[in-house]
Write a protein that binds this ligand. Structure first.
Ligand code: 4G4
Length: 265
């Protein structure tokens, strides 16, 4: 998959390219990450890429001509690539979008700076407008790297363990289970015994339970989307009845009207 970022700060991508899974995917020719400097497509002695907004007001706007020229150049080297504008107004990026984008042969990221991009670029040069979240950045470069990162690790052959991506958070709508590694005791704390038992069926059961409870405690909204299977519902029901039993055993509290004072914690 070919990623091309159009930016006035191409050096921002240097260390991203040179580390970890992304570096390995580039070395193995699974992806390429290149940049085009928008300034190289600006004309005139000073190669200006921004200008004052029509209508006045503070800040600058990215001029359309250098951007359009950079997009055309990127398109000519990757004709079937989709052009993506990173902006706070885009469609919210999530794991599902990342999975969908793996189907593209290439992505051309338009990284805006200043106050934004001339509206006429959106209309004629952009296939997809994506936001990585509800906050404002000084430029689209970090957003582009985030998307490249999330998409790349879903391409088969990029992660160490062949199927690690299928086991991820969100692949089944749940958060990851807790992880432990050596030493067996760290600051008086030991991992759950089942993980050292070698009983793979019990370990899988524990991990699913861990995933479900963590999702319930940390991201209840994910469970409320309603994609639980029968086994998952059974585990949550078991927790429900266990909690109900604990509450019922608290015979002295919760039976009368509130006393206003502190009874039992
Ligand atoms: C385009 C329009 C993306 C690009 C305006 C980019 C946040 C995101 C930018 C701007 C970005 C995001 C300067 C506001 C660059 N900020 N949430 N900034 N701004 O994905």
């Amino acid at each position: 998959m070919e990623f091309i970022a159009l930016t006035i700060f191409p050096d921002l991508f240097a260390s991203f390219r040179e580390h970890g899974i992304i570096k390995r995917a580039i070395d193995r020719k699974i992806i390429s990450v290149t940049t085009l400097n928008i300034r190289d497509f600006a004309t005139g002695k000073h190669r200006v890429t921004d200008d004052r907004p029509y209508g006045g007001g503070p800040g600058m706007v990215m001029k359309p001509e250098p951007l359009a020229a950079a997009i055309r150049a990127a398109k000519s080297s990757a004709p079937s690539a989709k052009t993506v504008l990173l902006s706070p107004q885009g469609r919210a990026f999530d794991q599902k979008t990342a999975r969908e984008l793996t189907a593209c042969s290439g992505l051309i990221f338009v990284c805006g700076r200043y106050e934004g991009v001339d509206e006429r670029i959106y209309q004629n040069y952009i296939d997809l407008e994506i936001s990585i979240g509800d906050y404002v950045l000084t430029g689209g470069e970090l957003a582009a790297m985030i998307i490249i990162d999330a998409v790349t690790r879903l391409i088969p052959g990029t992660l160490g363990g062949e199927d690690s991506a299928e086991k991820d958070s969100f692949s089944d709508g749940l958060l990851e289970h807790a992880h432990y590694t050596r030493p067996p005791v760290f600051e008086d704390d030991a991992p759950p015994e089942v993980l050292l038992s070698g009983n793979h069926k019990e370990i899988e059961k524990w991990r699913l339970e861990s995933s479900l409870i963590r999702t319930l405690l940390k991201r209840r909204d994910l469970l409320e989307k309603g994609a639980l299977d029968r086994q998952e519902i059974a585990i949550l029901k078991k927790w429900c009845t266990d909690i109900e039993a604990i509450i019922r055993a608290q015979s002295s509290s919760g039976t009368g009207p509130p006393s206003g004072g502190q009874q039992k914690r």
